[in-house]
Structures are given as structure tokens and as C-alpha cells.
Unconditional design. Structure first.
Ligand code: UD1
Length: 418
């Protein structure tokens, strides 16, 4: 099993181009199922979750090609509406294919996604919305059998919580439904706007994507298109944290500063000096980071839950005590036990982590518990004294495109041991 080996303490320098967004590319790949023609997706990150999505597309009868950061998908010959259990287990977010498959074929069969590293992660909001659109859903033997006997019919949907995945599934299902669908209390994450932009470029009529009310005027058919994935705001702040803990100056290119406002303000509060110019930024970091009294994860435009572990690793070497309150997922803090093996002083109680900054972390053997928790261990390893060996790195590879190569290009002493 591969491991990441980091020798901490090296200053970083240089400039990197930030990858395309994981959380955009997955629903967009699902969206290609709706398109009768070839879709070319540019700025596609190389991630194991993308590989899993391509396997699902192939299973559905779509043809695809992938070269470097360009994926083309041809869905003219979709001939299946089932996602096999092994692929659902590989990637819980495969559930976002549901709306697209039903939209294209009128039916879908998937295995129940169950829980994941971050907690139970229910899909009740996805399912009740699909039912409102006319889908009959039977849950049996761990599978969900979905059937829109009379086709999908546009309707008004009010989400009790602005779930990202549920908003995406509704948009995908409603894009080719009969009539108009309105989503109230929709998620406003930039990845939703990216999905709407992609679908609109393929002939959909979606208005208000990225706001809390989305109007989807169903069209008969979508066609092929060319689309470029937005930059990954979480990958961007991960590399910024790597600079922060090593007191370094680095440049990030291909960022979307307007998507990062809540995170930039937290990094500035910690003492980082950030100069934004167009789609790039330069981060310069003082010798010692400052405490941040309280950070709370919130839905967009609040501070994202995905950036929580990364900022916790960063604040573990700041002066004083930082409090982080996690409001979205139950099991976000599983990585803290691993981080504390490196000498951090973090106490967790329910949804609150209290991070007492220490002078120096020390390299240790630790394992990734989930994607962002794994990235937090990399951040910590870069500033720890001595060597850190990180196991279970498949979690990290789900969401970061060549994190080791990227950090090496910034002069970090890091490698993968196969
Ligand atoms: C997406 C992102 C994930 C990010 C999260 C929040 C992808 C592939 N993943 O996940 O990286 O951390 O948004 O920004 O894009 N909930 C329900 N019932 C539902 C759906 C959700 O109770 O039917 C709850 C969840 O348990 C959780 C909260 O709503 O507590 C947020 O979930 P949601 O916004 O749906 O996140 P995901 O789409 O799963």
C-alpha cells in the first residue's frame, strides 16, 4: 500500500496552477449522460473519483476518452440505467448520477449509498425531491429502484436544508423534465453555478444557479458542448496552508478569488499576507501564525466544511488557541487523533474542536481517515520536525491531482513510496 513520506521543515517557494474543482467535475460528468452528442470537459483534474465517474459512464453505455486534463464523453448510446454496487461503494457521491440517469432513461437502479467517513450522510432530500418530480422509488435489498412512469414533471421544491448534492440532483433531473421546476432554499455553492453553466451550454434553460432560488425550464433534449471546470477552491486553500505552516511565499494561479472570500478572510486573520491579482494570488506568511478566536463551517458563502481540517492543521502551530465549530458533517474530526500523534494539542467535543497552538509538531506515522483529514496530515507533515509517514493515501488521491508532484515543484521534501 502506498504511503506519503514527508520530511518537514523545508520552506516552500515558487508558483503552481490550481487544479479543476473535484466537486464541480463529478456532477458535470453525471450531466454528460443527459447530452445527445459529444461533451468536451477541459480543466478536468486527475483524480480517482473522476476515474470512478468514468467507469460509471462506461457502465451506462457512454464512450469516453481522457487525455491529460481533457475528457470527452459521448452519451449517444446510453443503454443501461444501473450503477453497480462496487462503484457506488467506491464513491458515495455517485448518487449525483441518479437525477441524470432518470432524466435520460426514465428509470434508475442504484445500491443505497449508506454512510461514509463523514457520518451517515443521508439522501432523503434527494429522494423526496425526485418523488415530487414524479419518480416512484422502491427501496429493497439495499437497492433503490426508481421509475418515472409518466416522465419527469416540473414542480416547486422547497429544500429544508440547502444540500449541495440534492440541488445538483434536482437540476439534473429537471433539465429535461416537462415544464418548470423551482428549487427554493437551493445550495449556492459555486459548483452549482458551474453545473448550471455547463448544462445551459448544452441547451438547458436554468436560471438562478448559484442563488437560493433556481428555475429550471425543462427542454426536450440536450446536445454536446465544450466546458471548462472552475478552479478548486479547497485545493487552493490547502496549498495556501502548506505555505502558511512553513512560513513561505508562494503564488497560486488559476484561482477564482470571489469563490474564496470566507477562506481568505480567515487566512488573513491568522496573519497571512495575501495579494490577489486577477486569477492569481501571492501568499506571504509571518514566522508565527496568529490565533483565530472562532471559525464556524457554514453553507456557501460561509466557511466551507471541506476546508476545516486544513485550517485546523494550520492553526495547530499558531500562537494561542483557535476554536473550530463544525456545523455540516458529524464525523469531520476523525483525523484529529492522527494529527495529535504528531504533537498537536487538539481537543474535540461533539462539533467543537479546540486547537491549542504548539511551537513545533514532530514527524510520526499516521493514517488518513478521509480526504480532507488526509490533506491536513500533509499540511502538518510539511512543518513537523523529522519524518512523517502517511498511510491510507487513497483518500487523498480522490480529491487532489498529484499533490506530491505539486508540492515537490514548490521545493517540499515529499514523495510517494509505492
Ligand atoms: C458536497 C460535497 C462535499 C462538501 C459538501 C458540503 C461533492 C461531491 N461533495 O457533499 O465535499 O463537503 O457538499 O459543502 O460535491 N443532508 C441530509 N439529507 C440529504 C442530503 C444532505 O440530511 O438528503 C445533510 C448531510 O447529512 C449533511 C448536510 O446535509 O449534514 C450537507 O450535505 P450536502 O450539502 O448534501 O453535501 P454533499 O452534497 O453530500
Amino acid at each position: 500500500m502506498s504511503e506519503i513520506i514527508v520530511n518537514g521543515g523545508k520552506k516552500l517557494s515558487g508558483s503552481i496552477t490550481v487544479q479543476g474543482a473535484k466537486n464541480s467535475v463529478l456532477p458535470i460528468l453525471a450531466g454528460t449522460v443527459l447530452c445527445d452528442g459529444e461533451c468536451v470537459i477541459n480543466n478536468c483534474p486527475n483524480l480517482s473519483d473522476v476515474e470512478t465517474s468514468l467507469k460509471i459512464l462506461s457502465q451506462l453505455g457512454c464512450l469516453y476518452q481522457k487525455q491529460d486534463n481533457v475528457v470527452s464523453v459521448n452519451s449517444e448510446n446510453v443503454n443501461s440505467n444501473e450503477i453497480p454496487e462496487n462503484l457506488m461503494r467506491e464513491m458515495r457521491s455517485s448518487v449525483v448520477f441518479l437525477g441524470a440517469i432518470i432524466g435520460r432513461t426514465g428509470k434508475a437502479v442504484i445500491s443505497s449509498p449508506g454512510g461514509c467517513e463523514l457520518g451517515p450522510r443521508p439522501i432523503d432530500l434527494h429522494l423526496s425531491a425526485l418523488q415530487k418530480l414524479g419518480v416512484e422509488i422502491i427501496e429493497e435489498h439495499g437497492f433503490l429502484y426508481c421509475n418515472a412512469k409518466n416522465g419527469l414533471i416540473g414542480t416547486e421544491i422547497h429544500l429544508s436544508f440547502p444540500s449541495v448534492g440534492a440541488t445538483e440532483n434536482i437540476i439534473l433531473a429537471a433539465a429535461t423534465a416537462k415544464g418548470v421546476t423551482v428549487i427554493h432554499n437551493a445550495a449556492r455553492e459555486p459548483e452549482i453555478s458551474d453545473l448550471a453553466d455547463f448544462l445551459n451550454s448544452a441547451g438547458a434553460r436554468i436560471y438562478g444557479g448559484g442563488s437560493d432560488t433556481v428555475y429550471i425550464h425543462g427542454v426536450k433534449k440536450l446536445h454536446g458542448t465544450v466546458h471548462s471546470i472552475i478552479p478548486d477552491r479547497i485545493a487552493a486553500v490547502t496549498y495556501m496552508a502548506c505555505a502558511a505552516v512553513t512560513g513561505s511565499k508562494i503564488e497560486l494561479r488559476n484561482i477564482m478569488p470571489s469563490h474564496m472570500v470566507s477562506m481568505l478572510s480567515v487566512y488573513r486573520e491568522s496573519g497571512c499576507n495575501i495579494d490577489v491579482t486577477g486569477k492569481s494570488l501571492v501568499i506571504r506568511v509571518p514566522q508565527k501564525l496568529k490565533r483565530i478566536p472562532t471559525i464556524r463551517s457554514q453553507v456557501y458563502p460561509g466557511f466551507p466544511t471541506d476546508a476545516g481540517p486544513i485550517v485546523i492543521a494550520m492553526q495547530s502551530v499558531a500562537e494561542g488557541t483557535t476554536v473550530f465549530v463544525e456545523n455540516i458533517f458529524e464525523n469531520r474530526f476523525r483525523f484529529v487523533g492522527e494529527l495529535n500523534r504528531m504533537g498537536s494539542k487538539i481537543k474535540v467535543e461533539n462539533k467543537v474542536a479546540v486547537i491549542e497552538g504548539v511551537n513545533r509538531l514532530s514527524g510520526a506515522n499516521c493514517n488518513c481517515t478521509d480526504l480532507r483529514g488526509g490533506a491536513a496530515l500533509v499540511v502538518a507533515g510539511l512543518c513537523a520536525n523529522g519524518q512523517t509517514v502517511i498511510g491510507e493515501i487513497s483518500h487523498i488521491l480522490r480529491g487532489y491531482d498529484d499533490i506530491v508532484g505539486t508540492l515537490r515543484s514548490l521545493n517540499a521534501d515529499i514523495k510517494i513510496k509505492e
